[in-house]
Design a protein around this ligand. Sequence first.
Ligand code: C5P
Length: 402
Amino acid sequence: MQQLNNKQILLGVTGGIAAYKAAELVRRLQDYGATVRVVMTRAAQEFITPLTLQALSGNPVHCDLLDTEAEAAMGHIELARWADLVLVAPASADFMARLANGRADDLLTTVCLATDATIAIAPAMNQAMWRDAATQANLKTLISKSVAIFGPGDGSQACGDIGPGRMLEAAILAEMTADQFQSNKLDGVKVVITAGPTREAIDPVRYISNHSSGKMGFALAQAAVEAGASVTLIAGPVCLTSPDRVKRIDVDSAEQMYQATMDNLANCDIFIGAAAVADYRPAESADQKIKKSAETLSIELIRNPDIIAAVASHQQRPFTVGFAAETQNLIGYAQSKLEKKKLDLMIANDVANTEIGFNSDNNAVTVIWNGGEKTLPMTSKQQLSRCLLSEIAQRYRENEAT
Ligand code: C5P
């Protein structure tokens, strides 16, 4: 598990009770092969001493922007250049606000502003502070600036509250950090992804559809390209620009999506059905706009083809991954779909939770396969996609080997 071999991780520690977990985090990052340097804010030093982190990291801890001696030894620009990735854990609400606003009022924010490396943060705060509109607005800004968001987790808090805002455990943070560097896992592998909703025409101007934004499928396409795959993205009607180096096929209806999928099966090692395909379509689509007259109007609906089930039972069957968007009994329903549709992997998604549902920027999922399951905590859809791709790649390779 040396995925951070030769990698230089700058660990930023800000002021919060979760700062004590930074000690364990240094160790776990080192387990993955990383060299770690630590930058602490002034508030962080109230919770854990620089000496502790210096002893564990084996490097001097950096605390001040305006300390001439420290700057002479390794200045803020050198630190910013040194880092292959900056991980801030815990990231307090105040730090998120300062980072979102591009402040450079201490060493850590200055390094973040000066670095070209990926920045990842592990938020940790009281649940009310996390839910506050200001923090959520800052989170949105950070996601839009491609900052990777690790967590936060849900559960009991040091202040006695229960809810979102707990920093993720050190082992999970180290794993997520390693995932940021996992490229080439799917070198030469052909991946076909369906994304977005479908539109089922009632007449030339009206249709039946759903709230799917396509963000998850597009983020997966991006992550698959980053992992070295050649990617075909079959997209329903969405307002998203294609990731670079992706072959995109635009479709409208489920039948068109089915056809495009079948046309591309010969060139597919892994199929990921992330689209929210309409289960039914009007039996007939009127040629002309239906005029209003009667008080009620009935539309007969007929079943659409189940695209992923057709893929999984095809003679040229690729490794097949489905999504189960559920509002109740998430794992139970996902498990039975995995079996019924004969899939290799199911990604179960609780769409009743508005924080991680259809149109949100974040998501949390449970990955289920025959004989196991793994929960990936809430994070941005981009970050989650990288973790998902690494799970998919691992199971795909295991399958290939058997
Ligand atoms: O049965 P359900 O719609 O919940 O299953 C979800 C999974 O099946 C998703 O991966 C979705 O893309 C796929 N699906 C499909 N064709 C359909 C319905 C769902 O490929 N007609």
